[in-house]
Design a protein. Sequence first.
Lengths: 54, 260
Amino acid sequence: MTHLPFIAAAYGLAVLVGAGFAVDAWLRVGRARRKLDAIDPRRQRARSAREHDA
Amino acid sequence: MVRSVDSTPALAPSPARSLHRFANPGRFLRISGWVLPWLAIPALVLTLGGLAWGLFVAPADYQQGDAVRIIYIHVPAAWLASGGYLALALCSAVALVWRHPLADLAAVEIGPVGAAFTALCLATGSLWGKPMWGAWWVWDARLTSVLVLFFLYFGHIALVRAFDDPTRGYRAGAILALVGVVNLPVIKFSVDWWNTLHQPATLTVTGSPSMHVDMLWPLLVCIAGFSLGFAAIVTARLRAAVMERRIRGLLLTQAQVPEW
């Protein structure tokens, strides 16, 4: 394959950008959900109702 | 005369009213939670499949050799750089005209993703330009106008965070985003208006593509995969932003309630 270092650098950058943003978004959503579960009274009520039903 | 509730004529649905149906954070989180896997999984499959197709199956170019494989990243990134900015400007317009609360947040969340794809477009263009043109960078009209787009994204990112009152930051950022839209036709037509080193458009809406079908299909798959990936990342970031706003609101309320 010709120009391999240039191609590898381009594909590496693409994976880095895509995966970086995807992982960051996933972690951010998880962090926000956990914090909201801990402090949101509506979510706490919904959770206790689910637990009560079960 | 008092008109009863039942006799009130139904109001015709306006764009603002139908948009505001999605302003409810709970409804947005429910809908986006359902949509997100339908964006993320096809995005992953199409992007990985398209890149592997472009890297291992598509033929090399008779002049460029294997360096042509960089276009499977460069072209989708360039498409998303402009498309992302257009989405940012549309969200800004919706936020300014209809004061839609999610439009502000969407514009804020699109900014960094769009800037990253613009940087990827510039970097992969450089990586292609060095072996083909013999230079990492030339002050060509297309390259310069995309660099201006990158600075516009950065200006927006900085401006929305520059005020103590977020609402003022959102408004200033929205105005910058709308002013910056003038750069999009400059990017698109720069290769026609000026004598540039950058080649003219390969894919057009009206004309037939100027590349072989064996290279065209993996490129289209990559464009579809990157676009869905962009949409999935922005949706996930927007979900996080909506939850973070709710957390701030709850913490503020708790801080204001006096404890007896």
